[in-house]
Design a protein around this ligand. Structure first.
Ligand code: FES
Length: 169
């Protein structure tokens, strides 16, 4: 049932936290998406097989239900991703206003291609459909924060700021 989910392991501390969250909502299938969102944040932005199994067990719902939700919603990933997920809007208004040049600037600044994750595990670069801020085109989301309108020059500063955040921790 979990054949489409990565079987790499999530660390024990994260798994324990996920188990505790899932247990809170035992029998509440309507809370599955919320639990998955919280779990994904705790587990390197990925719902791996062990995470899916512990959610199913602690919520008391079938593993197939958990797996179906993960594969249905684009916001869930089964592969480990970076701490910061950069989602470049590729819909028409952003495209017209220069999204491609901004994407190239991210690729260059991070030394990865779209879809990739930096070797330090800090950034994953993806595209997405309209994020609802077309007046700020071209726009990106980095985790829950929106940036735009962006220029290629600003990309370099944003990436440096995020790298700085890590060094301050
Ligand atoms: S088209 Fe990019 S935010 Fe709407």
């Amino acid at each position: 049932m979990t054949e489409n989910i990565s079987n790499c392991c999530t660390d024990k501390t994260a798994l324990d936290k996920i188990a505790a969250i899932a247990k809170t909502w035992k029998g509440r299938k309507d809370m599955l998406i919320e639990v998955l969102l919280q779990a994904q944040k705790l587990a390197d932005n990925a719902i791996t097989e062990d995470v899916a199994e512990i959610i199913a067990k602690e919520m008391g719902i079938p593993l197939s239900t958990v797996c179906n939700a993960i594969s249905f919603y684009a916001m869930f990933s089964t592969e480990k991703r970076g701490k910061y997920i950069i989602r470049m809007c590729k819909s028409a208004p952003c495209h017209i206003k220069g999204a491609e040049a901004v994407m190239q600037a991210f690729e260059k600044a991070l030394d990865i291609s779209c879809g990739g994750t930096t070797s330090d595990g800090l950034f994953t670069l993806e595209t997405c459909e309209c994020i609802g801020v077309c007046d700020r085109a071209p726009a990106v989301m980095i985790n829950d924060e929106v940036y735009g309108p962006l220029t290629p020059e600003e990309v370099i500063k944003i990436v440096a700021d995020y790298r700085q955040r890590r060094e301050e921790k």
